[in-house]
Design a protein around this ligand. Structure first.
Ligand code: HSE
Length: 404
């Protein structure tokens, strides 16, 4: 029998315990022996919970227990998760985590410790909830140079944008709904301001190119400025508004960003709605790949963690190599990357058309019956040039990148 310690008995941690219990027989067959949860670390008590007797409050009970070979970390946040995970790895225990903040910040270092100790640090659940994406990048598309990763990487914001578009719901009530369903972060600012998606694209980009991508270097824009009027225009265009985390390798320069984008029905991520995530990967040999599934929530995320536990159990005494060096990858300046922009200006067509043409040349006008506004889509323009011209216009109500 293999013993597991679980750090954090919140949404995901309790899901991990549930999955390990519900599927114990099929998991035992796959591993070749039973996997049992020995201890659960949490600050709280859980009276009445079927696993309440396994709850401990002292981390040392787990890290000092030689019978625990695998530790699951589902606490979230960097402190104290980083210290706990590092101590477990240094004690020779493999660690499986869903913690994207921890992985984005310290992944390279923790992988190096796991390699030195001949154990494993796995983090499939840190990106895309239940979607297998880390292992495919590490172990499957290794014959390719990855040219692009574009993903709907945050379930909460995709849920909010989908409900605003399909039901006309207001932002705050859908956010509350997402929190009630266990999708949102403890502080939902991480979701709605794009920080969560930023950490996820930083992880994927680090893995794609084998070097440390600092999330602080990634341009990040959330969805808080998207309104029902933007959605009205998108509908006229047959488009939907998503928030993408993306990185593109253009002639060896890697551009990364997180931002809302309008996509039309030809885009492979157009049908990714509600809490689902979709991740588009383009390799220079394989071409286009799509990964789709539940991007947040208790059981989908726990499923990915338990998949890692099974992998760790099958690889006791064997480090599965992951190329992610601590050396930093310097990202290219996104001001140099070009795309189309959807723009709304205050004032009618008569007040704006001539100065818009002077700034951007011929544009595609968009009419959605909104009084007192002039809306259009530019041709492809560099981000830096667009921002300069937008400032010069001086009356931009909103602007959203366009990918069609
Ligand atoms: N808050 C995250 C999301 C949870 O909504 O995607 C999964 O990482």
């Amino acid at each position: 029998m293999l013993n597991v310690g679980v750090l954090g008995y919140g949404t995901v941690g309790s899901g991990v315990v549930e999955v390990l219990h519900t599927n114990r027989e099929s998991i035992a067959k796959k591993v070749g022996q039973e996997i049992a949860v020995k201890y659960i670390l949490d600050l709280r008590d859980f009276p009445g919970d079927p696993f309440e007797e396994k709850v401990v409050h002292d981390f040392d009970v787990i890290v000092n227990d030689a019978d625990i070979q695998i530790v699951v970390e589902t606490m979230g946040g960097v402190k104290p998760a980083y210290d706990f995970v590092k101590a477990c790895l240094q004690a020779g225990k493999s660690v499986c985590t869903s913690n994207k903040e921890l992985v984005a910040k310290h992944g390279a270092e923790l992988l190096a410790i796991a390699k030195e100790k001949n154990i494993n640090f796995f983090f499939e659940a840190s990106v895309g909830g239940g979607i297998p994406i880390i292992r495919p990048i590490n172990e499957c598309v290794t014959g390719d140079v990855i040219e692009e990763i574009s993903g709907i990487l945050n379930g909460t914001t995709n849920y909010i944008l989908s409900k605003m578009a399909s039901e006309g719901s207001d932002f705050d009530s859908v956010l509350k709904d997402a929190q009630d369903k266990g999708y949102a972060e403890k502080n939902p600012e991480a979701d709605v301001e794009g920080y969560d998606a930023c950490r996820k694209i930083a992880i994927l980009t680090s893995l794609a190119y084998g070097k440390q991508v600092d999330f602080e270097d990634i341009y990040t824009e959330g969805i808080t400025k998207i309104t029902d009027v933007d959605i009205k225009y998108a509908k006229v265009l047959g488009a939907s508004i998503k928030i993408f985390g993306s990185s593109k390798n253009v002639d060896g320069k890697v551009y990364a960003k997180v931002a809302p984008v309008m996509i039309d029905s030809k885009h492979p991520l157009y049908m990714v709605n509600d809490v689902f995530n979709g991740i588009f990967v383009k390799g220079n040999m394989v071409g286009d790949l799509m990964f789709y599934g539940s991007g947040a929530g208790k059981l989908p995320t726990a499923s990915a963690v338990v998949g890692d536990v099974v992998a760790a159990a099958k690889n006791l005494g064997n480090n599965v190599p992951v190329i992610w060096e601590q050396e930093k990858l310097t990202l290219a300046d996104i001001k140099e990357s070009a795309q189309r922009f959807f723009v709304r200006l205050s004032g009618d067509k008569a007040a704006n058309a001539a100065k818009v043409e002077a700034a951007f040349g011929k544009v595609q006008e968009v009419e959605a019956g909104v009084a007192g506004e002039y809306a259009f889509i530019t041709d492809a323009v560099k981000e830096g040039d667009f921002e300069t011209k937008a400032q010069e216009l001086g009356n931009v109500v909103s602007r959203i990148r366009v990918d069609f």
